[in-house]
Design a protein around this ligand. Structure first.
Ligand SMILES: [Zn+2]
Length: 166
């Protein structure tokens, strides 16, 4: 493989690993990495909102912070004049990457998940029966609910775009 692509992949792997190794919701070491990429960590207020949301995590930095680092890495390696690297960058599916990272930091399911799924199904049925009562918008990428009391266009949890650009 092209050396430039190897370097790109290595950098992506390094920050993904660091995010995974981080304490739940970030820690000093992760903040240093954010800093080195010029990414500001989420504010404590947002972190508290996320930690209390239904998007439970058992470890690791928040997906949206990892996304911001990915974005910096993509920019850093773009316009290198290397067509193979350009293609690797074009094919880098940031939503899919962030989603699979989230799968890794989710609490280990077991029975809990089975019950959750069962109750989700029941909820779906009862919502169908009383249509239009509550339509909470959910992120297409990670499933996080959009908080109705806050205005924002990108998912707070994973950073995916919530609305199709007009
Ligand atoms: Zn999301």
């Amino acid at each position: 493989m092209d050396e430039a692509i190897k370097n790109f992949n290595r950098e992506i792997d390094a920050v993904s690993g660091a995010a995974f190794q981080s304490a739940k919701g970030g820690d000093e070491n992760w903040n240093k990495i954010l800093n080195s990429y010029g990414v500001a960590p989420l504010g404590d207020d947002i972190k508290t909102v996320l930690l209390n949301s239904e998007m439970k995590i058992s470890r690791g930095a928040f997906p949206i912070e990892l996304r911001k680092v990915y974005e910096k890495i993509l920019i850093k390696h773009s316009s290198s004049g290397n067509p193979a690297l350009d293609e690797a960058i074009r094919n880098f599916d940031i939503d899919a990457k962030i989603k699979s990272y989230y799968q890794k930091i989710k609490p280990f399911g077991g029975m809990n998940d089975i019950f959750k799924n069962a109750s989700a199904t029941i909820t779906k049925y009862s919502q169908g029966m009383q249509k239009g009562k509550h339509s909470t918008m959910k992120c297409k990428n990670c499933g996080a609910p959009r908080l109705e009391e806050m205005q924002y266009d990108n998912c707070l949890f994973c950073g995916s775009i919530l609305f199709e650009p007009a």
